[in-house]
Design a protein around this ligand. Structure first.
Ligand SMILES: Nc1ncnc2c1ncn2[C@@H]1O[C@H](COP(=O)(O)OP(=O)(O)OP(=O)(O)O)[C@@H](O)[C@H]1O
Ligand SMILES: [Mg+2]
Length: 243
């Protein structure tokens, strides 16, 4: 579904992705971890061409996303993206945030868009908040609206960049529940998150990045073995102690 082939990315003189290769098959969940500045956000942003790359290739569904003639807007509809900071439109209700893409990009009728949006809100447990403005929602509720908005576009892949890290602790769980449901339903996902419990439960594989490279990767069950993945084990230990 997604393939990174020897991806290289520079910001001026600074190399932030160095020969990154890897594959995410349909229905798989990969979790990306690593220190701040290691390139996690940059890597997932390459998938929808929010970041251009200078070497290698990124393929989505077998197609090179840098190919001439690729419809970038179509690609961005196929790949849902949920960021750390909720990027809801503040002047639209929860419902309005979801119907916007459906009526404008999918050319759905208002009634059909509304129906679809209500289905997605129900999936994330927010039926009763449909008409609230984002400012009246909690952080966790806003993130769930953002997830529902992405899902309404029927993405083939969902990317998450630390979707819970800006939330108060008591709201983290509700967002993780929505993500776990999605994973259980077979969605292909790449998640940057330091929620190690989530990673253990849901990830098919954890990728550990450092200085622009994926330096270790393994199944959650293998992580118990510090000898197989010493740097990842060390990092997880440290993260665990700081929360
Ligand atoms: N627009 C930019 N211009 C210049 N440098 C950038 C830009 N965006 C990111 N970088 C640099 O690229 C490197 C990788 O950043 P990135 O945001 O991918 O890291 P990260 O692993 O997501 O970190 P964090 O855990 O803090 O979110 C960092 O050194 C960062 O300073
Ligand atoms: Mg980041």
């Amino acid at each position: 579904m997604i393939r990174f082939e020897n991806v290289e990315k520079w910001f001026g003189p600074l190399q932030v992705l160095a020969d990154v290769s890897g594959e995410v098959r349909r229905g798989e969940v990969k979790v990306l971890v690593g220190p701040s500045g290691s390139g996690k956000s940059t890597l997932i942003r390459t998938v929808t061409r929010l970041e251009r790359i200078q070497g290698g290739r990124v393929l989505v569904g077998g197609a090179d996303i840098a190919a001439r003639g690729l419809d970038i807007n179509r690609l961005r509809q196929r790949v849902g993206f949920v960021f750390q900071a909720y990027n809801l439109f503040p002047h639209l209700s929860a419902l309005g945030n979801i119907t916007l893409g459906l009526t404008k990009l999918r050319r759905m009728s208002r009634a059909a868009a509304r129906e679809r949006a209500m289905e997605e809100l129900a999936r994330v447990g927010l039926t009763e908040k449909a008409n609230e403005m984002p400012g009246m929602l909690s952080g966790g509720q806003r993130q769930r609206v953002a997830i529902a908005r992405s899902l309404a576009m029927d993405p083939e892949v969902m990317l998450f960049d630390e979707p819970t890290s800006a939330l108060d602790p008591e709201m983290v769980g509700e967002v993780l529940v929505a993500m776990k449901r999605l994973a259980a339903g077979g969605m292909t996902m790449i998640c940057v998150t330091h929620e190690i419990g989530f990673a253990r439960e849901v990830a098919d594989e954890i990728w550990f990045m450092e200085a622009g490279k994926v330096i270790e990767r393994g199944r959650p069950a293998e992580l118990a073995s510090a000898s197989a993945h010493p740097r990842l084990a060390g990092f997880l230990h440290m993260v665990g102690h700081h929360r």
